[in-house]
Write a protein that binds this ligand. Structure first.
Ligand code: FES
Length: 224
């Protein structure tokens, strides 16, 4: 986020996630912008300073060097978008939200959904069938579906919102069930991979999974 007085930057906030033990505010990069104009030179300098300041991990998903380089690239892109005043151009027109009028759940508010304490029934519609379940209030929707609704088709991959293996439709929106609290199911309509079947006929995706020996996310499916 940048604030301007004319062309001059008066305040800069650059906040980075997943590249340090906690959310990181790139203060040196921020200071490099204040009092200056947003030009290719200042953008390049701030991007390099942001990349130099983070301490990402090295793991199977990416090297620390790659993650640092991505900080430089993404900060640069963000600042260039601000300079061109078109930062909203890349926003999705219909983002997948857990609630809101766009997904038919406008009447349901999160604070109403999380009042479920142990034993409080969760009444929900799963794959067209009305279910009332009195266990699993403290679980994720993923574990609730697998362990309490007895629908193991929804799989756990990463359990941290990265892989998509646990995707279900919740009130028409594709959500990662590992990131949703089970009580959010109360009053909702859920479709899992088991529910894609139409009038007894397997959905083409279900058929393809069987033919290819796939698991839900398909990430590791061999090309046979
Ligand atoms: S298990 Fe990977 S996103 Fe939910």
């Amino acid at each position: 986020m940048l604030a301007f007085d004319g062309d001059t930057i008066t305040r800069a906030t650059i906040t980075l996630g997943s590249v340090a033990p906690t959310i990181y505010e790139a203060t040196v990069a921020q200071r490099s912008l204040v009092g200056r104009k947003l030009t290719p030179d200042t953008i390049g300098e701030a991007s390099r300073l942001a990349a130099a300041a983070v301490s990402p991990i090295d793991d199977v998903r990416g090297t620390a060097a790659y993650r640092s380089e991505m900080v430089r690239v993404l900060v640069s892109r963000a600042l260039k978008a601000l300079a061109a005043n078109n930062e909203s151009a890349a926003y999705p027109h219909n983002p997948a939200l857990l609630w809101g009028e766009a997904h038919g759940a406008g009447a349901l508010r999160l604070d109403q959904q999380i009042e479920h304490t142990e034993g409080a029934p969760i009444t929900t519609t799963i794959n067209g069938e009305s279910r009332t379940i009195t266990t699993g209030q403290d679980k994720t929707l993923l574990r609730f579906l697998r362990e309490d609704a007895d629908l193991p088709g929804t799989k756990e991959g990463c359990a941290e919102g990265e892989c998509g293996a646990c995707t279900v439709f919740l009130d028409g929106a594709a959500v990662m069930a590992c990131m949703v609290a089970a009580p959010r199911a109360h009053g909702a309509k859920i479709v899992t991979v088991e529910g894609l079947r139409d009038e007894g006929e397997l959905h083409p995706i279900q058929t393809a999974f069987i033919n290819q020996g796939a698991v839900q996310c398909g990430y590791c499916t061999p090309d046979s």
